[in-house]
Design a binder for this molecule. Structure first.
Ligand code: CDP
Ligand code: CDP
Length: 224
């Protein structure tokens, strides 16, 4: 039986999940998996190929043509979609605005969860997303559910997007996050919800350094 350590980090959009997950993986020499990037890359493929989300056969066929790979360089996640680097494009608003509709599809979830479980089967891993502690790794040793004030979250995301997207407003980013959170928490399959045994971390007033310290203190007891 494998005795690797799994740290599951779930929560709302732009809470700082990937910032914390990445830093934690780096500090502990664990593998980092950004599960959201996988759903974003599938969404990008579906967008580019005009896949009709209401047509289950089309979705199934399209999924067969989606091949994702992670490459980690200095703990920056680079994801390829059919060998094309798409790490930047998947963060754009046009992908953000439709990713939750794609992530709500049964066939998409089954395929992504299968791949995620494979990645965390034998190695120490930090994975962030929406259903990691509830569905992907229900037996994860450490589960953290992140949350932060919605206005602060929007400001954080806006700061990231604004330099390259001067036309975007803070209000648009706020609305987009709120809509995605609504879709993610109300979908029928694997909705975003806190696992009973997950520790809540509200990082509204925390710096990235403080939240990392918190996470390390939770994982430490499992390190031999
Ligand atoms: O970084 P951000 O919080 O904006 O989102 P993300 O982690 O990149 O995830 C993008 C979207 O993928 C989410 O809004 C969910 O709809 C979906 N997702 C999911 O359904 N399950 C996961 N484990 C991860 C992401
Ligand atoms: O992965 P998720 O969408 O939850 O959020 P993120 O991409 O890790 O964080 C969104 C932004 O918030 C990043 O620019 C982080 O640097 C920033 N952040 C912050 O300002 N303070 C924190 N305590 C955590 C994240």
């Amino acid at each position: 039986m494998s005795n690797n350590i799994v740290v599951a980090i779930d929560g709302y959009s732009s809470c700082g999940k990937s910032t914390m997950a990445k830093a934690l993986a780096k500090a502990l020499h664990f593998i980092y998996v950004d599960s959201g990037a996988m759903y974003r890359a599938v969404a990008l493929y579906f967008l580019r190929n005009n896949v009709d989300l209401k047509n289950a056969d089309q979705v199934k066929e399209a999924l067969k043509n989606v091949h994702l790979n992670f490459h980690s360089r200095d703990y920056q996640t680079h994801i390829t979609l059919n060998d094309e680097e798409v790490s930047e494009e998947i963060r754009q608003m046009h992908v953000s605005d439709m990713v939750s509709s794609v992530a709500a599809l049964h066939d998409v979830r089954v395929e992504m969860v299968k791949q995620q479980q494979r990645m965390g089967r034998s190695k120490n891993v930090v994975m962030d997303g929406r259903d990691i502690g509830t569905v992907v790794f229900p037996h994860a040793q450490v589960k953290i559910f992140m949350t932060a004030d919605p206005k602060i979250r929007a400001e954080r995301r806006y700061k990231e997007l604004a330099p390259k997207n001067p036309e975007i407003t803070l209000e648009e980013v706020f609305e987009s996050l709120a809509h995605r959170d609504y879709q993610d928490t109300t979908r029928a399959e694997s909705p975003l919800t806190r696992a009973d045994d997950a520790i809540i971390l509200d990082n509204t007033d925390l710096t990235p350094e403080e939240q990392l310290e918190f996470a390390i203190s939770k994982v430490k007891p499992f390190l031999s």
